[in-house]
Design a protein around this ligand. Sequence first.
Ligand code: AKG
Ligand code: FE2
Length: 205
Amino acid sequence: MIVLPQGVRHMPGYLPRAAQEALVDAVRDVVLQAPLFVPAMPRTGKEMSVRMTNCGSLGWVTDKELGYRYQPTHPLTGEPWPPIPDALMQLWQEVSAYPHPPEACLVNFYTQDAKMGLHQDRDEVDFSAPVVSVSLGDDCLFRVGQTTRDGGTKSFRLKSGDVVVLGGEGRLCFHGVDRIYPSTSALLKNGGRINLTLRRVTKAV
Ligand SMILES: O=C(O)CCC(=O)C(=O)O
Ligand SMILES: [Fe+2]
């Protein structure tokens, strides 16, 4: 068994298959209203390999000119993001131990070649709320480090239905997705992986 940093919680198989299917349907509705966009790195404009959208009152976006940020509208359509599905609001209540609702749900789509470099989630104002992450579809190799980039890291597999909570001491741990394992799940008809992360962005008053 691997020991994770304080505050990082991996809950294997938290969501049963039926709940995973319901979330995939909900994500499909989100994508119809808020199409996937191609995130690009600040300054260099280098495109990331994941495709993204959001639901919630705020969504995380990034592009060459304005960099990482949260905004209330979709960068391409200018429309507000669709609401966070009830099942995710409920999941937040179950696992976040935080008394205020999430404001953003970032939806990441990974094809079999996509990955996400080691980073911290630090564009939120309020770090007292955890980040709650749900994996759907193909397995990935997830890497978690310390709160500094040069700390040691541990890697483990995330499977469909797994939930990860980065909270407390672990809220600012570096983390990333090193690879996707193709064809390890039949949940998504066209394969690949979806990751949903629920975040509180602003300080609750
Ligand atoms: O896909 C994942 O499991 C992690 C996603 C992530 O770290 C992020 O969107 O900030
Ligand atoms: Fe992250």
